[in-house]
Design a protein around this ligand. Sequence first.
Ligand code: TUI
Length: 314
Amino acid sequence: MRTALCELLDIEQPIFQGGMAWVADASLASAVSNGGGLGIIAAMNANAEWLRNEIRRARALTQKPFGVNIMLMSPFADDVASVVADERVAVVTTGAGMPTKYMRAWLDAGVRVVPVVPSVAIARLVARSGACAVIAEGCESGGHVGELTTMTLVPQVCDAVDIPVIAAGGIADGRGVAAAFMLGAVGVQVGTRFLVARECTIHQNYKDMILAAKDIDTATAGKRLGHPVRAMRNAFMREFVRREYDASISNEELEAYGAGALRLAAREGDVKNGSVMAGQSSGLVKKEQPAAEIIREMMAEAEALLKGGGPLCG
Ligand code: TUI
């Protein structure tokens, strides 16, 4: 299913893999790119050397374009932003803030900039400062989320900007892809379903928790700190929420309690005491599959629906 996004970024299918911290490394990103989508390495809180190494590893594993995601709250954001320009990565996506101060350097290096936006106002700002597309991410997503749902955010962002819009949040099968196109998006970003891609190197316990999830098994916490995060409900989440509502605990103490929790779950497999970030679509994710198969399946389902195979088209 080719759209304007495929022409813009030289990809075969209009599907981005979300830039998930401690998850999205060269292994997953190259598998998604080899499957025809846009694989993305998450720079997360890693330093410049780690990112440069992952970029080189991805280049050895795929000839196709791939991207890097910069988490703008990272203490290494300046350093990893420079690596993206130096290495002339095809695409950079950004999250958890405004990428304004890096735009000039990226555009001068020929890097295409695709920020994640949680609102119309931020979409307008990044479009004016040189973004070639935006990812409108609804609060169904895993990790750090805004207020609006995908259903309401995507069409409002489409109306507000002249650049292509990619929908994210809650999309894990062909029905979600078809719905995103109906809302005006020309591409989708998928995180949760790629957590269980065969080439995703996270701990099996994390994958198993996603595969067993029901619709209501995720929740958000951390609003008090200004950055609510969606993750699976578990012992860590319950304790985090208890501390969040305890006025005797400072914000610094609460931040400290959350630090390292995602790594603990994703790399060490402690899915009780770690943060198992995942989206509301976890309940739709049923089996571990190669990334290329996930892409093929989602896009074939979407294409069939968009050609008139929906429940009202009998
Ligand atoms: O960034 C994400 N998802 C993430 S980042 C992350 S790591 C983290 N760890 C602890 C606390 C917070 C984050 C885990 N998941 N998604 C993209 C995203 N960007 N969602 C929301 C935004 C966003 C929010 C505000 C983008 C721009 C923005 O600008 C306004 C501002 O105030 O800067």
